[in-house]
Write a protein that binds this ligand. Structure first.
Ligand SMILES: [Zn+2]
Length: 157
């Protein structure tokens, strides 16, 4: 059932996701933006949600102003750009919800954002935390959703 991820994620990005989850309320979703090379080949940074983020059991919206500041800071640091999103699912599988999909489609369809590829990492919590990677890609005129693997996710330090 477990398959390796087809998306390279820096160990430091995985650690910051784990640390954000540990410091939050396990009954509520959390998440943040992902940053790396514009082609979406690698995740170098996973941002925190930000102080003004909205958390609920079935919904999460990151703090937009905070995320913009992080984007500017990381671009200055190593040229990283916004390439996707990560968020948790409290007690449902790490599969994008209808709401998740509509958000991802909106981002990849927005011509001013210029995405050809959009990464989504979903971490399901519960007794055995699992990280699933999803990729939305433009193929000809269509946008397709590809599951890029899943693996056990370690929440401890
Ligand atoms: Zn979701």
């Amino acid at each position: 059932m477990q398959s390796a991820l087809n998306v390279e994620i820096a160990a430091s990005a995985l650690q910051s996701i784990a640390s954000t989850i540990r410091s939050g309320d396990a009954r509520l979703e959390t998440g943040g933006a992902l940053f790396g090379p514009l082609d979406g080949s690698r995740v170098l940074h996973a941002a925190e949600p930000g102080a003004m983020a909205e958390h609920s059991a079935r919904f999460f919206r990151r703090d937009l102003a905070f995320t913009r500041e992080e984007a500017a800071r990381l671009y200055q640091t190593d040229g990283s750009q916004w390439i996707g999103e990560w968020h948790t699912h409290v007690d449902v599988p790490p599969t994008p919800s209808e709401l998740d999909l509509s958000t991802y489609f909106r981002h990849i369809s927005n011509p001013t954002l210029g995405f050809n590829r959009f990464l989504a990492l979903i971490i399901s919590l519960g007794p055995r935390p699992t990280l699933a990677a999803w990729v939305l890609e433009r193929q000809d005129q269509a946008i397709v959703l590809i599951q890029a693997g899943e693996q056990a996710f370690c929440l401890s330090e």
